[in-house]
Design a binder for this molecule. Structure first.
Ligand code: TYM
Length: 336
């Protein structure tokens, strides 16, 4: 038996932040030896809201460099670019024709993002989860490691696969493999530094709300110093009245690689004046090697291009087979 497969991706929209790292990339790094990892840049998803064409390609390279700088080994994992493989959009179209509209209208992320777009909501924004289902199902992964905010999209992916199997396959011979979401408890939902009840997000207009992986040490320190806190003394996990306290302790726990018990004991008697510099130093030290590697990789475009070329080739071969299987099941004629 070969290794089980994982697949995941990130949109190249703006800088990646600690939520992307702790909720997703860091888990991939841990999983990449045990699993056959397929990791991509979801650049087709990045244009579902207004985008800057001057930055799209650069951001795509920047996310690839970030994966590797965070510890993804390009010799083990397959790293590729979504838009370089037209099979993603082709399978999305086939899925469009079997997905009920009301499944998409229910999606929380669509509703949240649509409010921000006002009159300019594109069909792409509504259709986004169908493309995501294609991204996933093309590679027949066993597991999809993501943060908590992607849970609903993964459920939809499973529903689309089950519907296609039901309508065009048979129980003994399913067409598509139905993957499981993999959402780790710790880090699955890193919250904003300005409001511990909202998730840390690339689209938050306030830079202060997030720590980007490329923030220099003084910016990280300043953001942590200004992070919202509460007047209570002594720090604790899990108090619903103190969401910021829980979030900052979680960041400290993950970035210092300590257990929850050790952090709870260390910080039980601390005040914010003592804790914040400790967290700031820990974050700076954890990001330092990543930032150094990132800078070196961004300077070596030929190396990055080589990795993506190989990744696209390997991913394209697998995805092409799945697409052919689906088209055959739907009754298309063979290309002549
Ligand atoms: P994106 O680009 O918004 O986020 C990438 C990954 O980071 C996780 N994440 C977080 N985790 C914890 N706390 C947070 N505050 C936080 N913010 C983001 C996300 O859960 C995600 O794992 N639709 C996807 C991209 C995508 C995809 C796919 C993912 C497209 N096709 C197929 C998996 C499989 C997205 O917008 O992620």
């Amino acid at each position: 038996m070969g290794k089980q497969r994982i697949l995941s991706g990130i949109q190249p929209t703006g800088n990646l932040h600690l939520g992307n790292y702790l909720g997703a990339i860091r888990n991939w790094v841990e999983l990449q030896q045990k699993y056959d990892a397929f990791l991509f840049m979801a650049d087709l998803h990045a244009i579902t809201v207004p985008h800057d064409p001057q930055k799209l390609a650069e951001n795509t390279y920047s996310v690839a460099a970030t994966y590797i700088a965070c510890g993804i080994d390009p010799e083990q994992a397959t790293i590729f670019v979504q838009s370089h493989l037209p099979v993603h959009t082709e399978l999305a179209w086939l899925f469009n024709c079997i997905t009920p509209l009301n499944w998409l209208e229910r999606m929380i992320q669509f509703k949240e993002k649509a409010v921000k777009q006002g009159e300019n909501v594109s069909i792409g924004l509504l259709d986004y989860p169908v493309l995501q289902a294609a991204d996933i199902l093309l590679y027949e992964p066993d597991l999809v490691p993501v943060g908590e905010d992607q849970k609903q999209h993964l459920e939809l992916t499973r529903d689309i696969a089950a519907r296609l199997n039901f309508q065009f396959g048979s129980e003994e011979k399913p067409i598509l493999k139905i993957p499981e979401p993999m959402i780790r408890a710790a880090g699955a939902r890193i919250m904003s530094l300005t409001d511990g009840t909202r998730k840390m997000s690339k689209s938050d207009p306030s830079e202060q709300s997030r720590i980007d992986l490329t923030d220099p040490p003084e910016v990280i320190t300043k953001k942590i110093k200004r992070a919202k806190t509460d007047p209570s003394r002594g720090l604790e996990f899990d108090n619903p009245e103190r969401p910021e306290c829980h979030n900052l302790l979680t960041l400290y726990m993950l970035l210092s690689n300590q257990s929850r018990e050790a952090v709870a004991a260390e910080c039980r008697e601390m005040g914010w004046g003592q804790f914040k510099p400790l967290l700031a130093d820990t974050a700076v030290e954890a990001l330092r090697p990543i930032q150094e590697q990132y800078a070196a990789l961004m300077d070596d475009r030929t190396y990055l291009e080589g990795i993506l070329r190989r990744g696209n080739e390997k991913a394209g071969a697998i995805a092409g087979r799945t697409l052919a299987k689906v088209k055959a099941a739907l009754g298309f004629s063979q290309p002549l």
